[in-house]
Design a protein around this ligand. Sequence first.
Ligand code: ARG
Length: 390
Amino acid sequence: MQQSKDMKTTVGAITPQVLSYTAGEDVDLDRQLIDADCIGTAAHVTMLAAMPLKPPLFSKVQRDRIIDGLVRIMQDARRERFQITLKDQDVHLAVERVLTARLGDLGRKVHTGRSRNDQVAVDLRLFAKEQMLATTAELGVLADALLKFGYRHRVVPMVGRTHMQPAMPSSVGLWASAYAEGLLEDQVMLQAAYEINDRCPLGSAAGYGVPLPIDRRLTSDLLGFRRPYHNVICAANGRGKLETATLMALSQIMTTLSRLAQDLMIFTMPEFGYFKLPSSMCTGSSIMPQKNNPDILELLRARAARLTADAMVVAEITRALPAGYNRDLQETKAPFMRGFLLARSALQVMTPLLNGLRVDQEALLRGFSPAVFATDRALALARQGMPFRE
Ligand code: ARG
């Protein structure tokens, strides 16, 4: 067995092995939470300074010095001059370390009335809000591109298929706008996740509140949440639920995109030739000079599977947790962050692909055989009084 001396950290002396096992991916992932952690801390400190204590915990001058210190950390981070070390374990203790190094006792006071449990919860919600809004904007851009593409080709005939077999006459306009409407429908799920996200958990502390006259409404308002959680345990239990709801919504968006990708892969095969992908968005082969491969569409299809699996991972991590904070929740952070990355990059890449998509009307017409009109013919006869079954 490896002999190792305990390492002194802000939250106790532990072996390096335990430290690295428990910190996990946080040292890297938490870089995405630096801004949120500083902003959350600024709101917390503002609230603490306004708390009716005699003497107050912070004077206005002290409060402003701390906020300046937090702004400086955000600036440092932009210049790659802010480190989260293994000894810090996470962004929360890294920010506190730097604040304390620069401000002494003021830095040591900021954690009054808060726990890392509500701190990470609020950080993730600030992060999520930004990500959800960006996702929504990108989804809108793609839906718009689909609608415009559909409108441009609204009277271009296209065989409608069931079981992949020719079924009924349809149009490119109907096909493309179906995906636009589908995406807007998926947005409803993201909107639901956004509303769940719009509640401030700060002040729930370890999950059971604190015996201080804190003002949870004030921090909630300062951070732009619709309201604080009513119940502090519910605030703690919200971690895992938020991630699940969000990933389910993102996974639905990805599923819609994956089906669009699948259609495009089929309809751009030379055997169909309905559409042609912009060649600048296809990749070549290292051996076959003629190749123009739809790698984007294939990777999107695979990443849709990953995103759905990630939603399941998070639901399963959360499923058996007893009330209150459990460290298991840390493991939901990576899939949560990755989910936004997978969905947003897919939305972003599909828009130019669609804008560059060329339509071959001749090829689309070749897809029609007389049989495609069989149902139209039968219904025309039924209109004239012939029993449909006949
Ligand atoms: N990195 C931790 C997480 O993501 C922060 C909270 C740690 N809290 C604790 N009680 N150990 O959950």
